[in-house]
Write a protein that binds this ligand. Sequence first.
Ligand SMILES: [Zn+2]
Length: 469
Amino acid sequence: MDFLNVGLDLVQSRLAWVATDPFDWKLYLQVSSWGVCLFESYLLLRQFPLYSKTEPPAALKEHFKDDVFSKSQTYGKDKAKFSLISGLYKQVVDSILMQFGLVAWSWKAGGWIVGKLGYGPEYEITQSIAFAFTLFFISSLPSLPLSVYQTFVLEEKHGFNKTTSRLFVTDLLKSWAVGFVIGAPFLSAFLAIFKWAGDRFVPWLMAFLLMFQMSMVVLYPTVIQPLFNKLSPLAGGDLRTRIEALASKLKFPLKHLYEIDGSKRSSHSNAYFFGLPWSKHIVIFDTLIKQSKPEEVEAVLAHELGHWYYMHPTKLLSVSQLHIFTILALFPAFLTAPPLLSAFDFPSSVAAKPPTIVAFLLYQMLLTPMEAVVGIAMNAVSRRFEYEADRFACELETQLGEPAMADMGDRLGRALIALHVENLSTVWVDWLYSAYHHSHPTLTERLRALEGYKSAAAAKKGAAEKKEL
Ligand SMILES: [Zn+2]
């Protein structure tokens, strides 16, 4: 622990100027957030001409009928236009709100609210909760029309929307309620740890955040998701038998196998697993079951189990711990920095002794450009994992000694193509756009890699058979 503290102290002494020297943090935030926004717009402009191509890539030609391809191009173009306009709109709104002191105003409003409830400014945590929710509401209201448009105009036009206006409103209210029920105690505990641990908060907060992440792994599927979707046990039959057999051969601790009514809101489809190391749940979208054959859904699950086999979720969790550690380790310099709050319009009475929540929130905003870079790196890692899971599916035949699994790669390829066709996914993708936005390789890249894995697996098998002879 001492070693950790010495290191952290060294970082703090390097950043000591933050607490003393005046610096125009607001200008820095404006410039950097506009920088990120304009870069994202530039990526969309790079991607845009690809929607005018009239033919799919050669490898996909036989799978995409002309009308499906042209539909996917129009859908892609509409989505790109929407992203461009909504991205710029949000940035303009955020930038104006920031310029006119929204954060400082929300803190004042939070104080007014708790005052009405009979609490004074000495109740910092109570005021922090009121502040966080005020800020959240004010900054999320302007983008509400955008999500209405996206659901009821854009997705509707292309035949994906299944949400009714009633469902849309109840979803929104439910998500706010869940946000409050989880957010308020989370924030209280988060701030209480700061108060209690003083400037040695880093390891304690890390432990708390890890515990929170773990409890969400249990709570999300059992308590939260059922509020929005219906999970029902997958009916017995070919698909269930296949998945159970595959899970038991791989010693995957399958506890429950669910079908989820994803089609209630949208016809986009998927499958995933979650749970604690000794008790896992698999969830398959009803839409996936409808559009693919049982043996193809099995191949999708084989890919998912590849993620489990190589411990990808655990690896991603470790990387995210490292990320959180870096953020927390640099934070103390900003924790008691009057110039930071002064730059964002706080009166000197508040700036002199910055409330922890305000300092942390402003600090988080300043990290925007760094987070964009982290996002690119995380996408690169995630894409590697996708390839690894695809290869896992292709090698199942040799790994499990199951001749019936020889065509797993083909089945997975067919399922991926069907997913893309049904979702009208874009098949022409600019490399820089993809590096920034996509956590999965493109369909063409995956199909090409699948071919490679298949022939490698076949060569391996051929060599083994020769040896036996
Ligand atoms: Zn995957």
